[in-house]
Design a protein around this ligand. Sequence first.
Ligand code: ADP
Ligand code: ASP
Ligand code: MG
Length: 412
Amino acid sequence: MAIVVQKYGGTSVGDTDRMKVVADRISRAHRDGDQVVVVVSAMGKSTDELVTMASRISEHPPERELDILLTSGERISMSLLAMALHARGVPAKSFTGSQAGIITDAVHGRARIVDITPGRVKEALDGGNVVIVAGFQGVSQDTKDITTLGRGGSDTTAVALAAALDADVCEIYTDVDGVFTADPRIVPAARKLEIVSYEEMLELAAQGAKVLQVRSVEFGRNHGVRIHVRSSFSYTTGTWVGPEEDKVEDAIISGVAHDTSEAKVTVHAVPDRPGVASRLFTTLADDNINVDMIVQNVSSDGRTDISFTLPRGDADKARGILEPLADDIGAQSVRVDEDVAKVSLVGAGMKTHPGVAAKMFGALSAAGVNIEMISTSTIRVSVVVAKSDVETAVQAVHAVFGLGGDATIEEG
Ligand code: ADP
Ligand code: ASP
Ligand code: MG
């Protein structure tokens, strides 16, 4: 008997009619004899609505309370889905993350799963039930408080559960047909990928392709989980995420990702002497601020500019930390630019093909897009551009590498 984990995202369970459609699909798998574990997201945009509500009550809601609030969205969908299955004569039991044994560290808002003890899930499965687990949440081992796994975290609940249960497959049901060569909402001509490697998917997800949360891909890679990203609105095959050797086509480039969630910080005229960069970035790290791209200019007259990107949500906090520090180290000023976007080209074939970055920069230049920062890895080239240029930039880079095809998307 196969164990199948199916995860349904917000649009897929956006209203009670969608809930019924999903229940039909789950019933089918159950009737076919599979042991089915379902991970659900909150309905539609309800997590955003809960965040907005909290921000109306308090400018800085306590993280513990915010996490409890946000997990309620998934509780609504898990129980409604269980009811929809019962109405179809399918036995089903829903569990919160904590009940399902999703054990995390104590970091509210972006907790990491440290262990899974799925005793109750297994017991309910063995009792012939469809098991429904609320995504995006767990319980801290240390504080016993309820935690959330970061936005998009239901993907990680699903892949981690699939690993813990040694499931045959983890199906991620969403509102597009699979993983595309670019976000199909920005590039209508984007093409669905048949197979994408864990490494490429990690880069795409880390660079903003939110179709899978980065940590879900890490779990998939570390535990060899077969992930099938597909649409809950059709029965067509989606995209398989797996090891590099599964890939049949040998494309140089897999896709283009974009991210509009970062801000750029520049510390001007920093004294160019040992220890200064270390002090800047240690201070930010001590305050839990995750820095992404870093560029230091060539120095002149013993001074240099240091620019870096960070999550936009941390920009104010970083400014508050850096302004006094800049004074202290004798730097001139701190500037924060929130109107930036990052565009990244990803492909395993880059390792062996020279000229990829040059071709990308040529396309941006022809489209009149100015590059503000550049960073690379062995399988990625990323640039920071003005936020107003992001669509033009993604489309230009996608076109110059001939990545096109057709896409079908559902409105959320
Ligand atoms: P869900 O609610 O199902 O988890 P998400 O909104 O988190 O769905 O992720 C799906 C969305 O990811 C798509 O609607 C699409 O706009 C976006 N996306 C960004 N990049 C890509 C990509 N390369 N391929 C597919 N979808 C992408
Ligand atoms: N509901 C959560 C979010 O909107 C988790 C998820 O959908 O994966 O981020
Ligand atoms: Mg998602």
